[in-house]
Design a protein around this ligand. Structure first.
Ligand SMILES: Cc1cc2nc3c(=O)[nH]c(=O)nc-3n(C[C@H](O)[C@H](O)[C@H](O)COP(=O)(O)OP(=O)(O)OC[C@H]3O[C@@H](n4cnc5c(N)ncnc54)[C@H](O)[C@@H]3O)c2cc1C
Length: 508
C-alpha cells in the first residue's frame, strides 16, 4: 500500500494497485487530480487496442498485480467456480487446476497463456468452448465514485451460499453494464469451471469444394444447435490455417529433420497440404462418455459425407501417430505428416483446457522475433488489426459477407485471415484480421485504411463488429440515438466525473 500511495503521490503514468482499497484510492485521486483511468487486466488485447499511447492526463490502471484466486481452498468438483482477480491469467488457472483439481477444466482462448480471464471476458472474448462472457458472473466493481458494488447474489456477502453459485441474482442483472463498457473497474469476479469430460475428441473437417461453404456452415450450425458438436467449431480459410501452422511445421522440420532454406520451405508446403488441402478447414470438438462421443462422431461423419473429409483425434492418438511418423521421417510423406502433427498438438490441447502461446509465437516467428516471449508481442514489428463481424447463422449470407470482405481486402493488396467461429446456437462471428509490419509507416497506413473500408462494408450490410477497436468507436456511437443516450445516462450515474476513461469503448 505504501508503494501504491507513492505512485499516486507522484502521479505515475502506470498505476499498479495490489488491492481493492488501492483501486478505490486511485479513483479518489483521479477525481481530485482530474485524471482519467484506463483499467487493464493483463493488457494483451492485441489487434483490439493493446499498446495504444494514452493522451496527456490519462493513467493506465494496471490490475495485473491483483493475481489472487480468492476462494482457492473452497473450489471442488461440487463447487466449480473460481473467484478470480483481474491479474489471474489463463495459464495460472490451468496450472492451479492441474495440481489441485485435475478433474476440473475451463474455457480457454487461443491467445497467450499470460492473458487474463477477466479482461478477456469483459471484452466479450471467445474461448474454445464458447463466449467467455458466459463464464463470468458475480462481479465486484469499483465505480467512478469509489463505491464498491457486487452484482448478482454476491451482494448478499461472500459468506452467502448463493454468492459464488447462482449466476443471475434477483432483479435487474447489472453484470451486462460492465462488459465492453467503461462504467466501473472490475476487481474480482466468479469464473465458471467445468468438469473434465470422460472423453474428448477433436474433429477436423476439410471442405472439399469452396462452393459448398454455405451448406457446410448450415450443417455445422445444425450440429451445434442439436448439441452434437458442443465446442466452438473454427472454420479457417487457407490463409489463416496455413499462417497458424507454419511456425510449428517449420520448427519441426528444422529441429527434428535438420532442414533449412528451400528444402525446409518445400517440405513445409507438403505438410500444409496434409492439413489444409482445400480453401476451408475446420477444427471442433466432441465430448462426453465414450458412447456419446462415438455416436456423435458417427453423426458428424454421416452429415459430412461428400462435403468434407473428417479426421478425428485425441492426445493419445496424436502421440502414437507422431511417434511412428517421427521414426519414419526420412520418408517425405511420413515427415510431412509428423510435421503437421507437431504443429497441431498444442492447438489440440485447447480442447482439453490447456492454453498455449503457439498462436502468438507464430506471429513473433513470422516477424523475425522468435526469441521473444509471447507477452512481448508489442515489442516486435508485428501489426495486427481485427475487424470481426457478428453474423447470423445463415450459411449463404455469411459466405457472401466474407466474400465481400475478402474481395475488398484483395483490391487493397491485403491478405485477409478469416476464421468463421460457430459460436452460439443462433449466431457466429467471423474473426478477421490484417497483418502488417508496424515499423513500416506506409504499410501500417494501408492496413488501417483497409480496416476502415472493411468496417464500412460490414455496416453497409446492416451488421456490426462483435468487438471494437478504439478507432472504430466514432463510427459506432450515434450520440443522438435513444440507445446511446440511455447508455450515456447510465455512464453518468455510475461515473459522474467521467474518470474511467473512454478506453476502447468511448461511452460518455
Ligand atoms: C494471434 C492471436 C490470437 C488471439 N486469440 C484470441 C482468442 O482465441 N479469443 C479471444 O477472445 N481473443 C483472442 N485474441 C485477442 C486478445 O489477445 C485476447 O482477447 C486477450 O485475452 C485480451 O487481453 P487481456 O486478457 O490482457 O485483456 P485486457 O487487455 O486487460 O482487457 C481488455 C479490455 O477490457 C477492459 N478491461 C480489462 N480489465 C478490466 C477491468 N478489470 N475492469 C474494467 N475494464 C477492464 C479494458 O477496456 C481493456 O482494454 C488473440 C489475439 C491474437 C494476436
Amino acid at each position: 500500500m505504501a508503494d501504491f500511495a507513492d505512485e499516486l503521490r507522484r502521479g505515475a503514468s502506470d498505476l499498479r494497485p495490489a488491492s481493492v482499497d488501492d483501486v478505490r484510492a486511485a479513483v479518489q485521486a483521479a477525481r481530485q487530480q482530474g485524471w482519467k483511468l484506463h483499467p487493464v487486466s493483463t493488457d494483451c488485447n492485441w489487434g483490439y487496442g493493446a499498446g495504444l499511447a494514452l493522451p496527456p492526463g490519462h493513467r493506465r490502471l494496471d490490475l495485473s498485480h491483483m493475481r489472487s484466486i480468492r476462494n482457492a481452498d473452497a473450489i471442488s468438483l461440487a463447487q466449480p467456480v473460481a473467484v478470480v482477480e483481474p491479474g489471474v491469467t489463463q495459464g495460472q488457472l490451468q496450472t492451479f487446476l492441474a495440481t489441485a483439481h485435475p478433474g476440473l477444466t475451463f474455457n480457454v482462448t487461443g491467445s497467450a497463456r499470460e492473458t487474463s480471464l477477466i479482461g478477456n471476458a469483459l471484452d466479450r472474448g471467445v474461448g474454445y468452448l464458447g463466449p467467455r462472457r458466459d463464464d463470468l458472473f458475480g462481479l465486484e466493481v469499483v465505480t467512478g465514485t469509489g463505491e464498491v458494488i457486487q452484482t448478482g447474489f454476491r451482494r448478499l456477502g461472500e459468506d452467502s451460499p448463493l454468492a459464488h453459485s447462482h449466476p443471475f441474482g434477483l432483479g435487474p442483472m447489472l453484470d451486462g453494464l460492465f462488459f465492453q463498457a467503461n462504467f466501473g473497474i472490475v476487481t474480482s469476479a466468479c469464473f465458471r469451471l467445468l468438469p473434465r469430460p470422460p472423453q474428448q475428441l477433436a474433429v477436423s473437417l476439410a471442405l472439399y469444394r469452396a462452393a459448398d461453404l454455405p451448406r457446410f456452415i448450415d450443417v455445422l450450425a445444425a450440429l451445434k444447435r442439436e448439441r452434437v458438436m458442443t465446442s466452438v467449431t473454427h472454420v479457417g480459410n487457407q490463409a489463416r490455417t496455413r499462417a497458424s501452422l507454419l511456425h510449428g511445421i517449420s520448427d519441426y522440420l528444422e529441429r527434428a529433420c535438420g532442414l533449412g532454406g528451400a528444402a525446409r520451405d518445400a517440405a513445409a508446403q507438403q505438410a500444409l497440404r496434409v492439413v489444409a488441402p482445400h480453401e476451408w478447414t475446420s477444427l471442433g470438438g466432441i465430448s462426453g462418455t465414450a458412447d456419446q462421443v462415438a455416436a456423435a462422431l458417427k453423426e458428424v461423419r454421416r452429415r459430412m459425407q461428400g462435403l468434407a473429409r473428417v479426421t478425428s483425434f485425441d492426445d493419445a492418438k496424436l502421440a502414437k501417430g507422431f511417434a511412428l511418423l517421427h521414426r519414419l521421417r526420412r520418408v517425405p510423406w511420413a515427415r510431412a505428416n509428423a510435421a503437421a502433427i507437431a504443429a497441431i498438438r498444442p492447438l489440440n490441447g485447447l480442447a482439453a483446457g490447456v492454453p498455449t502461446d503457439a498462436a502468438i509465437q507464430n506471429l513473433l516467428w513470422r516477424f523475425g522475433r522468435a526469441d521473444l516471449p509471447a507477452e512481448q508481442l508489442l515489442t516486435s514489428d508485428c501489426g495486427v488489426l481485427f475487424i470481426s463481424p457478428a453474423l447470423p447463422m445463415d450459411g449463404a449470407f455469411v459466405t457472401d459477407v466474407v466474400a465481400g470482405m475478402t474481395a475488398l481486402a484483395g483490391e487493397a493488396g491485403q491478405v485477409l485471415y478469416v476464421t468463421i467461429n460457430i459460436e452460439t446456437e443462433n449466431s457466429l462471428v467471423a474473426v478477421v484480421n490484417l497483418l502488417f509490419n508496424r515499423a513500416n509507416a506506409a504499410e501500417a497506413a494501408q492496413a488501417a485504411d483497409c480496416a476502415r473500408r472493411l468496417h464500412a462494408y460490414i455496416r453497409s450490410r446492416g451488421l456490426e463488429v462483435y468487438r471494437a477497436r478504439a478507432d472504430m468507436m466514432a463510427d459506432i456511437v450515434d450520440a443522438d440515438s435513444p440507445y446511446w443516450q440511455a447508455v450515456g445516462a447510465l455512464k453518468r450515474s455510475l461515473d459522474p466525473d467521467q474518470i474511467i476513461a473512454p478506453g476502447r469503448y468511448n461511452i460518455c
